[in-house]
Design a binder for this molecule. Structure first.
Ligand code: URA
Length: 454
C-alpha cells in the first residue's frame, strides 16, 4: 500500500503571520506551508502566541482533507517514527478522543499485553475539561512517563506494554501543540484532534489501532454526527498507511465509572483490573479489549476477544502485568494493594440532592470542569496538577435519589476552589419526577473494523 505519510525534504522558511492570515481568511494552506509552520513551532522558531492564533483560525475555519493529511504528516515527522519489527507479536494500541472519568487506558494497556499483544502506548495529559492518562499515571508515586526511546523499548520487551507521553524524540510537535491547545480553547476541532491523535499513534510503530470516539455532553464532539465525522477522518488516515483501524462511537453523556480526578481514577482502574469496579467502565474496557485482540489477530471475533479479556482479569494476569509495568517505570507497586499510598485530598464535601426524583440528565462537561477547578487540570501551561483532588459520583443517569441524599462528593484541598466547583456541580444534575424511559447504550456504533465477523 502506498503511504501518503512520507518524510519530505526540509521545508522552506515561511512568515508565520502569512500562514495565520491565510487560514484566518478561509484559504487552503499548502503542505509546504503547514510543514514549515509545524517545523518552526516545534523547534522554537514560532512563539506560542502565533501558534495560538493559528490554532484558533483552524478551529474557526476548519481544514480540508489534504490539509489535515499534511498536518498529521508534519506532526508525525517532527520526531522519530518507531520501528518495532523486532517484536514478533502484533503491536496494537487504543486511544480515546477524551472524556470525563475515562480511565480505560490504564486497564487496557496491561490487559492487552497480558493477552499477547504489544502495546506501545503514547498518551496525553489532561485536555480542556477532560482528564489525561499521563496525569493519572503520575499520581502514582515514582511513576515516570518521560522514558527515552531505549527505556520505552526495554519496558515493552519486559512486559509487553509501556505508557509514556510525547517526548522530545517522539511526536514533539504534538507535545507542544497539545499543551497549548489545552489552555487556549482550541481543542474542539476534528482536524486538530485527528492530527494530534494520529501523529502520536503512527509514530508508535503499531499494526492496528482501536479508537474510542466519545459523543455526548462530556465529549469534545457533542453531536453524534460530528463524532462520526471525526471517527471516519481518523480511520481513513490510518487505513491509508496500512494500519488496521476501528472506531467505536461511545457514550459520554455522563462520566465513565464514578471516580473523576487523577489518583481517584487510578483507584477505580485498579478495581477493574481486580475484577470489580463499576459496570459501565468494566463493559467498555472489555469491548475495547475485544477489538484489540480481534484486530491483533489473537482472536477470530471481538466476542471471543471479550471473553479472553474477562479471563485475563479473572486470573489476575492483567493486574500482574500492570504491576510489572509500574515497577519498570519507577512506580511504587505497593499502591496496588494499598490505595492509601496514593495522594489523598485533605477535605471532602458532599453535594446533596435538592429534591426527590430520578437523575434525567448530567452536564458531563461541567463535572470535568469542576475537577479542573479543584486543581485536577490546568488553567495555564505552567500550572501543576493536584493529583489528590476530584469528584466521586453517588448517582448516575436513571438512578433514584431522595432530597438531601448525596449526588456526589468533592475531594479538595482549597476552600475557594471547592466552593466554585460545588456551585457548578449543583447545577450539573437534572432531576425529573419520573424515571427516564431507557438508558443509552454505551457503544452507539462501530466505524471501520471487519464487523462481519462480530
Ligand atoms: N486526544 C489527543 O491525543 N489529542 C486530542 O486532540 C484529543 C484527544
Amino acid at each position: 500500500m502506498t503511504s501518503t505519510f512520507r518524510s519530505r525534504p526540509a521545508a522552506s522558511p515561511i512568515r508565520a503571520i502569512d500562514v495565520i492570515t491565510k487560514k484566518r481568511d478561509g484559504h487552503e494552506l499548502s503542505a509546504a506551508e503547514i510543514e514549515s509552520f509545524i517545523a518552526a513551532y516545534t523547534t522554537g522558531g514560532i512563539p506560542d502566541y502565533q501558534a495560538s492564533a493559528w490554532l484558533m483560525a483552524v478551529v474557526l475555519r476548519g481544514m480540508s482533507r489534504t490539509e489535515t493529511a499534511a498536518l498529521t504528516n508534519a506532526m508525525l515527522h517532527s520526531g522519530e517514527v518507531l520501528d518495532l519489527s523486532e517484536f514478533p507479536a502484533a503491536k496494537v494500541d487504543k486511544h480515546s478522543t477524551g472524556g470525563v472519568g475515562d480511565k480505560t487506558s490504564l486497564v487496557l494497556a496491561p490487559l492487552a499485553a497480558a493477552g499477547g499483544l504489544v502495546v506501545p502506548m503514547i498518551s496525553g495529559r489532561g485536555l480542556g475539561h477532560t482528564g489525561g492518562t499521563l496525569d493519572k499515571l503520575e499520581s502514582i508515586p515514582g511513576f515516570k512517563v518521560n522514558l527515552s526511546v531505549a527505556e520505552f523499548r526495554r519496558v515493552l520487551s519486559a512486559c509487553g506494554c509501556a505508557m509514556i507521553g510525547q517526548t522530545a524524540e517522539i511526536a514533539p510537535a504534538d507535545r507542544k501543540l497539545y499543551a497549548l491547545r489545552d489552555v487556549t480553547a482550541t481543542v474542539e476541532s476534528p482536524y486538530l484532534i485527528c492530527a494530534s491523535i494520529m501523529s502520536k499513534k503512527l509514530a508508535e510503530g503499531i499494526d492496528a489501532l482501536v479508537l474510542d470516539v466519545k459523543t455526548g455532553s462530556g465529549a469534545f464532539m457533542k453531536k453524534e454526527e460530528d463524532a462520526i465525522f471525526l471517527a471516519e477522518l481518523m480511520v481513513e488516515t490510518g487505513e491509508r498507511v496500512g494500519k488496521k483501524m476501528v472506531a467505536l462511537i461511545t457514550d459520554m453523556n455522563q462520566p465513565l465509572g464514578t471516580h473523576i480526578g487523577n489518583s481517584l481514577e487510578v483507584i477505580e482502574a485498579l478495581d477493574v483490573l481486580r475484577g470489580s469496579g463499576p459496570e459501565d467502565l468494566r463493559q467498555l474496557c472489555l469491548e475495547l479489549a475485544g477489538w484489540m485482540f480481534y484486530l491483533g489477530g489473537i482472536e477470530s471475533t471481538t466476542e471471543l476477544g471479550k471473553l479472553k479479556a474477562e479471563r485475563l482479569i479473572r486470573s489476575g494476569a492483567a493486574l500482574e502485568t500492570f504491576r510489572t509495568m509500574l515497577k519498570l517505570q519507577g512506580g511504587d507497586e505497593h499502591v496496588i494493594d494499598d490505595a492509601s499510598l496514593l495522594p489523598r485530598s485533605k477535605h471532602a464535601m458532599q453535594i446533596p440532592s435538592p429534591k426527590t426524583g430520578f437523575i434525567s440528565e448530567i452536564d458531563c462537561q461541567a463535572i470535568g470542569t469542576a475537577s479542573v477547578i479543584l486543581g485536577g487540570g490546568r488553567a495555564k501551561k505552567e500550572d501543576s496538577v493536584d493529583p489528590s483532588v476530584g469528584i466521586i459520583l453517588h448517582r448516575k443517569l436513571g438512578d433514584a435519589v431522595s432530597a438531601g441524599e448525596p449526588l456526589c462528593t468533592i475531594h479538595y484541598n482549597s476552600e475557594t476552589q471547592a466552593d466554585e466547583a460545588a456551585a457548578l456541580l449543583q447545577k450539573s444534575f437534572r432531576i425529573a419526577e419520573a424515571a427516564p424511559a431507557k438508558k443509552k447504550s454505551l457503544v452507539h456504533r462501530v466505524i471501520g473494523g471487519d464487523i462481519t465477523s462480530r
